[in-house]
Design a protein around this ligand. Sequence first.
Ligand SMILES: [Cu+2]
Length: 130
Amino acid sequence: MLKKSDVLFAINILLILSFFGCSKNDYVTNPYTNSGGGSGTPGANEVWMQGTAFTPATVTVSVGTTIKWTNKDNMTHTVTSGTPAAPDGVFDSGDMANGATFSYTFNTKGTFKYFCRSHPTAMQGTVIVQ
Ligand SMILES: [Cu+2]
């Protein structure tokens, strides 16, 4: 004979299984809703600081374009103009925590290099303004 406690136990197992099943399906159909990992891709005129790298590392834009950087990592980054050996002082975001953004408008043509003060070897980027 089935005891009432056995039936309740079986119902609980079914509920737990269906819960995980739904979670998994939601993840598969919406892989980019996972905000913690910073999934997805940057939009136009956007650069993400993600995985200790600037993505995309090089962007090409026209004069007058504003680039927006967003820190997707759970560590501090900066957007600092110039090279690690020679910062040029044109722009510097200062320390950016996770989720922080920094914008800069490029009003002259040229090739503008920048880097992260915290990770100068790993994190270097270029903005080409045409
Ligand atoms: Cu960094």
